[in-house]
Design a protein around this ligand. Structure first.
Ligand code: ZN
Length: 358
Protein backbone atom coordinates (compact mmCIF):
# COMPACT_ATOMS: atom_id res chain seq x y z
CA UNK A 1 0.00 0.00 0.00
CA UNK A 2 1.38 3.47 -0.87
CA UNK A 3 2.07 5.66 2.12
CA UNK A 4 -0.66 8.12 2.98
CA UNK A 5 1.09 10.19 5.65
CA UNK A 6 3.94 12.66 5.37
CA UNK A 7 5.83 11.54 8.46
CA UNK A 8 7.77 8.37 9.19
CA UNK A 9 9.45 6.62 12.06
CA UNK A 10 13.24 6.96 12.15
CA UNK A 11 16.04 6.48 14.65
CA UNK A 12 17.95 9.76 14.82
CA UNK A 13 20.58 11.46 16.95
CA UNK A 14 20.41 15.20 17.62
CA UNK A 15 23.82 15.41 19.30
CA UNK A 16 27.05 13.45 18.91
CA UNK A 17 27.86 11.11 21.76
CA UNK A 18 27.10 7.68 23.21
CA UNK A 19 24.49 5.18 22.21
CA UNK A 20 21.98 6.99 24.46
CA UNK A 21 21.88 9.77 21.86
CA UNK A 22 19.87 7.48 19.56
CA UNK A 23 16.13 8.07 19.77
CA UNK A 24 13.00 6.95 17.97
CA UNK A 25 11.64 10.03 16.19
CA UNK A 26 8.88 11.10 13.83
CA UNK A 27 10.41 12.93 10.86
CA UNK A 28 9.18 13.95 7.39
CA UNK A 29 9.25 11.27 4.69
CA UNK A 30 12.09 12.28 2.33
CA UNK A 31 11.21 14.16 -0.86
CA UNK A 32 11.66 12.16 -4.06
CA UNK A 33 13.80 14.37 -6.27
CA UNK A 34 14.39 14.20 -9.99
CA UNK A 35 16.10 10.92 -10.89
CA UNK A 36 15.50 9.53 -7.40
CA UNK A 37 13.60 6.59 -5.99
CA UNK A 38 11.81 6.41 -2.65
CA UNK A 39 12.43 3.04 -0.99
CA UNK A 40 10.37 1.59 1.87
CA UNK A 41 13.11 0.18 4.11
CA UNK A 42 12.62 -3.44 5.19
CA UNK A 43 16.04 -4.09 6.70
CA UNK A 44 19.18 -2.06 7.37
CA UNK A 45 22.50 -3.53 8.48
CA UNK A 46 24.78 -1.85 11.00
CA UNK A 47 28.38 -0.92 10.27
CA UNK A 48 31.12 0.38 12.58
CA UNK A 49 30.88 3.59 10.57
CA UNK A 50 27.48 4.20 12.22
CA UNK A 51 29.21 4.25 15.62
CA UNK A 52 32.01 6.57 14.50
CA UNK A 53 29.55 9.03 12.99
CA UNK A 54 27.25 8.96 16.01
CA UNK A 55 30.28 9.54 18.22
CA UNK A 56 31.46 12.38 15.93
CA UNK A 57 34.73 12.39 13.97
CA UNK A 58 36.33 15.26 12.02
CA UNK A 59 36.24 13.37 8.70
CA UNK A 60 32.44 13.37 8.77
CA UNK A 61 31.01 16.82 9.41
CA UNK A 62 27.28 16.27 9.20
CA UNK A 63 24.12 18.25 9.84
CA UNK A 64 22.13 17.19 12.90
CA UNK A 65 19.77 15.50 13.51
CA UNK A 66 21.08 12.59 11.48
CA UNK A 67 19.73 9.20 10.36
CA UNK A 68 22.43 6.48 10.09
CA UNK A 69 22.36 3.27 8.07
CA UNK A 70 24.47 2.43 4.98
CA UNK A 71 23.15 -1.01 3.99
CA UNK A 72 19.53 -1.12 2.95
CA UNK A 73 17.13 -3.65 1.46
CA UNK A 74 13.51 -2.73 0.80
CA UNK A 75 10.74 -2.17 -1.69
CA UNK A 76 10.31 0.65 -4.17
CA UNK A 77 7.58 2.98 -2.97
CA UNK A 78 7.74 5.76 -5.54
CA UNK A 79 9.81 6.52 -8.65
CA UNK A 80 10.72 10.16 -9.18
CA UNK A 81 10.53 12.03 -12.46
CA UNK A 82 13.74 11.98 -14.53
CA UNK A 83 13.86 15.11 -16.70
CA UNK A 84 10.43 14.43 -18.12
CA UNK A 85 11.03 10.70 -18.57
CA UNK A 86 9.44 8.12 -16.35
CA UNK A 87 11.37 4.99 -15.45
CA UNK A 88 10.57 1.83 -17.33
CA UNK A 89 13.19 0.01 -15.25
CA UNK A 90 11.74 0.47 -11.79
CA UNK A 91 8.18 0.39 -10.51
CA UNK A 92 6.58 0.48 -7.06
CA UNK A 93 6.55 -2.88 -5.31
CA UNK A 94 9.91 -4.16 -6.64
CA UNK A 95 12.30 -5.56 -4.02
CA UNK A 96 15.71 -3.90 -4.13
CA UNK A 97 19.02 -3.35 -2.41
CA UNK A 98 20.74 0.02 -2.39
CA UNK A 99 24.35 0.54 -3.40
CA UNK A 100 25.76 2.60 -0.49
CA UNK A 101 28.24 4.68 -2.55
CA UNK A 102 26.99 8.03 -3.88
CA UNK A 103 29.02 9.73 -6.61
CA UNK A 104 28.58 12.28 -9.41
CA UNK A 105 28.80 9.97 -12.47
CA UNK A 106 30.31 12.78 -14.57
CA UNK A 107 33.88 13.33 -13.27
CA UNK A 108 36.93 11.57 -14.79
CA UNK A 109 37.04 9.03 -11.94
CA UNK A 110 33.37 8.12 -12.26
CA UNK A 111 33.63 7.89 -16.04
CA UNK A 112 36.60 5.56 -15.61
CA UNK A 113 34.51 3.29 -13.38
CA UNK A 114 36.44 4.27 -10.23
CA UNK A 115 33.47 5.94 -8.56
CA UNK A 116 34.83 5.38 -5.04
CA UNK A 117 37.56 7.91 -5.99
CA UNK A 118 34.99 10.57 -7.04
CA UNK A 119 35.75 13.93 -5.36
CA UNK A 120 32.11 14.07 -4.23
CA UNK A 121 31.96 10.40 -3.11
CA UNK A 122 29.65 9.91 -0.14
CA UNK A 123 28.31 6.93 1.75
CA UNK A 124 24.60 6.59 2.30
CA UNK A 125 23.86 6.97 6.01
CA UNK A 126 27.23 8.69 6.60
CA UNK A 127 27.20 12.13 4.97
CA UNK A 128 23.49 11.83 4.04
CA UNK A 129 20.47 10.26 5.76
CA UNK A 130 20.37 6.47 5.66
CA UNK A 131 18.23 3.49 6.48
CA UNK A 132 17.46 3.62 10.22
CA UNK A 133 14.02 4.74 9.03
CA UNK A 134 10.84 3.61 7.29
CA UNK A 135 11.80 5.34 4.02
CA UNK A 136 14.92 6.55 2.25
CA UNK A 137 15.28 8.50 -1.00
CA UNK A 138 18.26 7.64 -3.24
CA UNK A 139 19.47 8.25 -6.82
CA UNK A 140 18.01 5.73 -9.24
CA UNK A 141 21.48 4.48 -10.23
CA UNK A 142 21.99 3.28 -6.65
CA UNK A 143 19.04 0.90 -6.77
CA UNK A 144 19.82 -2.72 -7.70
CA UNK A 145 17.60 -5.82 -7.88
CA UNK A 146 17.62 -7.90 -4.71
CA UNK A 147 19.36 -11.28 -5.22
CA UNK A 148 16.32 -13.58 -5.53
CA UNK A 149 17.06 -16.19 -2.87
CA UNK A 150 17.75 -13.72 -0.07
CA UNK A 151 15.53 -12.42 2.72
CA UNK A 152 15.53 -8.65 3.22
CA UNK A 153 17.72 -9.18 6.28
CA UNK A 154 20.31 -11.18 4.35
CA UNK A 155 20.17 -8.71 1.46
CA UNK A 156 20.89 -5.77 3.77
CA UNK A 157 23.82 -7.65 5.30
CA UNK A 158 26.15 -7.77 2.32
CA UNK A 159 26.51 -4.61 0.14
CA UNK A 160 29.00 -2.44 2.07
CA UNK A 161 31.16 -5.19 3.52
CA UNK A 162 31.24 -7.33 0.39
CA UNK A 163 32.13 -4.47 -1.95
CA UNK A 164 34.80 -3.35 0.53
CA UNK A 165 36.26 -6.85 0.83
CA UNK A 166 36.21 -7.49 -2.94
CA UNK A 167 37.92 -4.16 -3.65
CA UNK A 168 40.68 -5.08 -1.18
CA UNK A 169 41.13 -8.75 -2.04
CA UNK A 170 40.85 -8.54 -5.82
CA UNK A 171 41.29 -4.99 -7.10
CA UNK A 172 44.01 -3.79 -4.73
CA UNK A 173 45.80 -6.95 -3.54
CA UNK A 174 45.10 -9.01 -6.70
CA UNK A 175 45.18 -12.14 -4.54
CA UNK A 176 46.25 -15.25 -6.45
CA UNK A 177 45.38 -18.96 -5.91
CA UNK A 178 49.04 -19.67 -5.17
CA UNK A 179 49.20 -17.07 -2.37
CA UNK A 180 48.47 -17.02 1.35
CA UNK A 181 46.33 -14.25 2.85
CA UNK A 182 45.88 -13.22 6.47
CA UNK A 183 42.37 -11.85 7.12
CA UNK A 184 42.11 -9.91 10.37
CA UNK A 185 38.81 -10.14 12.28
CA UNK A 186 37.23 -13.12 10.55
CA UNK A 187 33.99 -12.58 12.46
CA UNK A 188 33.52 -9.00 11.32
CA UNK A 189 31.41 -8.07 8.33
CA UNK A 190 34.42 -7.30 6.12
CA UNK A 191 36.43 -10.23 7.50
CA UNK A 192 33.67 -12.79 6.95
CA UNK A 193 33.36 -11.64 3.35
CA UNK A 194 37.13 -11.46 2.73
CA UNK A 195 37.55 -15.05 3.94
CA UNK A 196 34.86 -16.29 1.56
CA UNK A 197 36.27 -14.31 -1.38
CA UNK A 198 39.85 -15.44 -0.72
CA UNK A 199 38.61 -19.00 -0.45
CA UNK A 200 36.74 -18.64 -3.75
CA UNK A 201 39.96 -17.44 -5.42
CA UNK A 202 41.68 -20.55 -4.09
CA UNK A 203 44.25 -18.88 -1.85
CA UNK A 204 45.34 -20.35 1.48
CA UNK A 205 43.44 -18.38 4.11
CA UNK A 206 44.62 -17.57 7.63
CA UNK A 207 41.97 -15.79 9.69
CA UNK A 208 42.09 -14.15 13.09
CA UNK A 209 39.37 -13.93 15.74
CA UNK A 210 39.11 -12.18 19.11
CA UNK A 211 37.45 -15.03 21.04
CA UNK A 212 37.87 -18.81 21.08
CA UNK A 213 34.16 -19.29 20.31
CA UNK A 214 34.64 -17.78 16.85
CA UNK A 215 37.37 -20.20 15.73
CA UNK A 216 35.01 -22.93 14.50
CA UNK A 217 32.84 -20.38 12.66
CA UNK A 218 35.86 -18.93 10.89
CA UNK A 219 36.88 -22.42 9.75
CA UNK A 220 33.36 -23.15 8.51
CA UNK A 221 33.56 -20.00 6.44
CA UNK A 222 36.74 -21.13 4.72
CA UNK A 223 39.71 -20.21 6.92
CA UNK A 224 42.38 -22.93 6.73
CA UNK A 225 43.96 -21.82 10.00
CA UNK A 226 42.67 -19.48 12.72
CA UNK A 227 44.72 -17.28 15.06
CA UNK A 228 43.36 -15.60 18.22
CA UNK A 229 44.55 -11.99 17.87
CA UNK A 230 43.78 -11.29 21.55
CA UNK A 231 45.94 -14.05 22.98
CA UNK A 232 48.39 -15.04 20.22
CA UNK A 233 51.32 -13.07 18.79
CA UNK A 234 49.85 -12.63 15.28
CA UNK A 235 53.21 -11.98 13.63
CA UNK A 236 54.96 -14.97 15.19
CA UNK A 237 52.00 -17.33 14.75
CA UNK A 238 51.65 -16.37 11.08
CA UNK A 239 55.33 -17.03 10.47
CA UNK A 240 55.00 -20.41 12.24
CA UNK A 241 52.13 -21.29 9.91
CA UNK A 242 54.05 -20.23 6.78
CA UNK A 243 57.40 -21.92 7.48
CA UNK A 244 58.88 -18.59 8.54
CA UNK A 245 58.11 -16.79 5.27
CA UNK A 246 55.04 -14.68 6.15
CA UNK A 247 51.90 -14.08 4.08
CA UNK A 248 51.49 -12.49 0.63
CA UNK A 249 48.57 -10.26 1.61
CA UNK A 250 47.12 -8.93 4.88
CA UNK A 251 43.50 -7.72 4.85
CA UNK A 252 43.21 -5.39 7.86
CA UNK A 253 40.59 -3.15 9.48
CA UNK A 254 41.19 -3.38 13.24
CA UNK A 255 43.96 -0.77 13.43
CA UNK A 256 46.11 0.19 16.38
CA UNK A 257 45.81 -2.94 18.54
CA UNK A 258 46.92 -5.38 15.83
CA UNK A 259 49.02 -3.23 13.48
CA UNK A 260 52.48 -4.36 14.57
CA UNK A 261 51.48 -8.02 14.41
CA UNK A 262 50.05 -7.54 10.92
CA UNK A 263 53.24 -5.87 9.76
CA UNK A 264 55.40 -8.68 11.15
CA UNK A 265 53.18 -11.23 9.38
CA UNK A 266 54.10 -9.92 5.91
CA UNK A 267 56.56 -11.73 3.63
CA UNK A 268 59.01 -9.61 1.61
CA UNK A 269 57.67 -7.57 -1.32
CA UNK A 270 53.97 -7.95 -0.46
CA UNK A 271 50.89 -5.90 0.43
CA UNK A 272 48.99 -4.87 3.53
CA UNK A 273 45.55 -3.47 2.65
CA UNK A 274 43.62 -1.57 5.33
CA UNK A 275 40.07 -0.25 5.31
CA UNK A 276 39.39 0.54 8.96
CA UNK A 277 40.68 1.21 12.44
CA UNK A 278 38.08 0.00 14.91
CA UNK A 279 40.59 0.01 17.80
CA UNK A 280 42.10 3.39 16.87
CA UNK A 281 43.97 4.93 13.96
CA UNK A 282 47.30 5.90 15.56
CA UNK A 283 49.89 3.46 14.27
CA UNK A 284 53.65 3.48 13.95
CA UNK A 285 55.46 2.56 10.79
CA UNK A 286 59.21 2.03 10.69
CA UNK A 287 60.34 3.41 7.30
CA UNK A 288 63.43 1.17 7.37
CA UNK A 289 61.29 -1.94 7.67
CA UNK A 290 58.98 -0.66 4.92
CA UNK A 291 61.68 -0.07 2.31
CA UNK A 292 64.11 -2.84 3.19
CA UNK A 293 61.33 -5.44 3.07
CA UNK A 294 59.88 -3.72 -0.05
CA UNK A 295 56.36 -3.64 1.38
CA UNK A 296 53.27 -1.81 0.12
CA UNK A 297 50.63 -0.43 2.48
CA UNK A 298 47.38 0.33 0.68
CA UNK A 299 44.41 2.30 1.94
CA UNK A 300 41.01 1.14 0.79
CA UNK A 301 37.66 2.90 1.01
CA UNK A 302 34.51 1.05 -0.03
CA UNK A 303 34.49 -0.13 -3.65
CA UNK A 304 32.87 0.68 -6.97
CA UNK A 305 29.33 0.10 -8.23
CA UNK A 306 30.78 -2.37 -10.76
CA UNK A 307 32.42 -4.36 -7.96
CA UNK A 308 29.09 -4.47 -6.11
CA UNK A 309 27.42 -5.87 -9.25
CA UNK A 310 30.14 -8.54 -9.41
CA UNK A 311 29.50 -9.44 -5.78
CA UNK A 312 25.74 -9.62 -6.44
CA UNK A 313 26.43 -12.23 -9.13
CA UNK A 314 28.53 -14.28 -6.70
CA UNK A 315 25.73 -14.08 -4.12
CA UNK A 316 23.11 -15.10 -6.68
CA UNK A 317 25.22 -18.11 -7.68
CA UNK A 318 25.69 -19.08 -4.04
CA UNK A 319 29.48 -18.71 -4.27
CA UNK A 320 29.50 -16.44 -1.23
CA UNK A 321 26.85 -15.83 1.43
CA UNK A 322 25.77 -12.91 3.61
CA UNK A 323 26.38 -13.77 7.27
CA UNK A 324 23.66 -12.44 9.58
CA UNK A 325 24.42 -12.81 13.28
CA UNK A 326 21.43 -11.13 14.92
CA UNK A 327 18.38 -9.08 13.99
CA UNK A 328 16.90 -6.28 16.11
CA UNK A 329 13.75 -4.22 15.49
CA UNK A 330 14.45 -0.63 14.38
CA UNK A 331 13.22 0.67 17.75
CA UNK A 332 16.02 -1.28 19.47
CA UNK A 333 18.83 0.42 17.54
CA UNK A 334 20.56 1.30 20.82
CA UNK A 335 20.74 -2.37 21.83
CA UNK A 336 21.85 -3.29 18.31
CA UNK A 337 24.74 -0.78 18.34
CA UNK A 338 25.72 -1.90 21.86
CA UNK A 339 25.79 -5.48 20.61
CA UNK A 340 27.99 -4.54 17.64
CA UNK A 341 30.34 -2.73 20.01
CA UNK A 342 30.52 -5.78 22.31
CA UNK A 343 32.36 -7.65 19.49
CA UNK A 344 30.29 -10.76 20.24
CA UNK A 345 28.80 -10.84 16.75
CA UNK A 346 29.99 -13.16 14.03
CA UNK A 347 28.77 -11.52 10.83
CA UNK A 348 26.29 -8.69 10.53
CA UNK A 349 23.88 -7.08 12.96
CA UNK A 350 20.70 -6.04 11.15
CA UNK A 351 17.74 -3.81 11.98
CA UNK A 352 14.37 -4.91 10.66
CA UNK A 353 11.90 -2.16 10.05
CA UNK A 354 8.42 -3.64 9.97
CA UNK A 355 9.22 -7.15 11.15
CA UNK A 356 7.83 -8.83 8.03
CA UNK A 357 10.08 -10.51 5.50
CA UNK A 358 9.67 -11.54 1.89
ZN1 ZN B 1 32.45 11.59 -9.85
Amino acid sequence: MPHTTTVMKAVTFHHHGGVDQLRVDRVPIPEVGRGEVLVRVKACALNHLDLWIRHGIPAYRIALPHISGCDIAGVIEQVGDDEGRSSDEWAPGQAVIISPGLSCWSCPWCLAGKDNLCPSFKILGAQVHGGYAEFVSVPRINVLPIPPALTFEQAAAFPLVSVTAWHMVRTLANLQPTETVLVMGAGSGVGSMAIQLANMIGARVLGTVGTEEKIARAKELGANEVINHQTDDVGRKTRDLTSGRGVDVVIEHIGQRVWDGCFKALAKGVHLVTCGATTGGEITLDARSLFSRQLTVMGSYMGTRTELLQVCTMIERGTIHPIVDRVFPLEEARAAQDYLLSRKAFGKVVLTVDGKDR
